[in-house]
Design a protein around this ligand. Structure first.
Ligand SMILES: Nc1nc2c(ncn2[C@@H]2O[C@H](COP(=O)(O)OP(=O)(O)OP(=O)(O)O)[C@@H](O)[C@H]2O)c(=O)[nH]1
Ligand SMILES: [Mg+2]
Length: 298
């Protein structure tokens, strides 16, 4: 049986010019924040980490939010969160779309920020709420998490340019949040990490080969969770076709995706399979295996 392949390289990735600017802005504002919240995708708790983290935040307290926990395997999420915490890195599962899991996250941020605040108070400075900034790779849910943290005091938006004239602090209950979600580009990403980033939607469309990514997913599902493959993958006799292209072909036929010469349009089936995965319609799946020894291998 064909298992997930090591070192598959269907993804080229991209490094937009403004990525460097976003990174510079994060570094510029770092000295004035008390705590950084790094948003990860709970389906890929290592692959969605920026390769430079935690070094990039230069010793500032860091709290990890394992977001989109509703889409990930709950046991794996619990194992990942504990593994990070056992390694000394606070990490809490959250669902920014539904707004759940924010109690422990806020508590952690408050506790870690207290060190700086108490030092300031000892020097006679006026008390102030902890200041935080939210960072993470594209599409992990930074804005959703920020808006959950802000509650009703939403970040200002508008249809005309110039509404946000620069990063600004927004007071949200016990916190002050910097309205500048830091986008960290997931470069360098290659092999399996890139495939996982493509699957969860962190890479821009057109920067990866969806057929190769879907093939990887079929192989992975076949090895790990065959029951999660769409019903359209199986033959009437309850068998899975012998290789991943045949599985995608079966899906294309059942979904009536017809390509050139009347053949099944495997490329369209690949795209649909990726969308089914992203929407959670294949079930709650975690693509990064929790570490056996308990320590994340970031
Ligand atoms: N299922 C689920 N979807 C979520 C969750 N949080 C965010 N999303 C969805 O993920 C997508 C991206 O969310 P955003 O908050 O825009 O992510 P972002 O990191 O700010 O994205 P960029 O600004 O493009 O980098 C949106 O469709 C959200 O609705 C969650 O907890 N669960
Ligand atoms: Mg955003």
């Amino acid at each position: 049986m064909d298992g997930p392949r090591e070192g598959a390289g269907p993804v080229t990735g991209s490094y937009p010019g403004h990525a460097a600017r976003a990174r510079r802005l994060i570094l510029e504002y770092l000295p004035v924040v008390d705590c950084v919240v790094e948003v990860l995708d709970a389906r890929i708790p290592v692959s969605s980490r920026h390769p430079e983290m935690p070094g990039l935040v230069r010793g500032k307290p860091l709290v990890i939010a394992l977001n989109k926990a509703d889409l990930a395997d709950p046991d794996a999420t619990r194992a990942w969160a504990s593994a990070y915490r056992e390694a000394g890195q606070p990490a809490w599962p959250v669902q920014s779309r539904r707004g759940t899991g924010f109690g422990p996250l806020r508590h952690s941020v408050g506790r870690l920020s207290r060190v700086t605040l108490e030092r300031e108070a000892a020097r006679g400075r006026r008390p102030r709420p902890p200041r935080i900034v939210v960072v993470g790779i594209p599409n992990v849910g930074k804005s959703s998490l920020l808006n959950r943290l802000l509650g009703r005091a939403r970040a200002r938006t508008g249809g005309v340019p110039g509404i946000t004239r620069g990063p600004q602090w927004i007071r949200a209950g016990e916190l002050e949040v910097l309205d500048m979600p830091g986008v960290l580009w997931p470069q360098p990403a290659d092999g399996e990490r890139a495939v996982r980033l493509a699957l969860t939607g962190a890479l821009a469309a057109g920067t990866y080969d969806s057929l190769e990514v879907a093939r990887w997913l079929v192989r992975w599902l076949r090895g790990r969770a065959p029951g999660a493959l769409p019903a359209e993958s199986w033959t009437a006799g309850g068998e899975l076709p012998p290789d991943c292209d045949a599985v995608l072909g079966a899906m294309a036929r059942r979904w009536r995706f017809v390509g050139a010469g009347g053949l099944p349009d495997v490329g369209r089936a690949a795209e649909r399979l990726i969308l089914e995965f992203r929407a959670g319609r294949l079930g709650r799946l975690t693509l990064d295996d929790p570490p056996a020894g308990g320590h994340p291998t970031a």
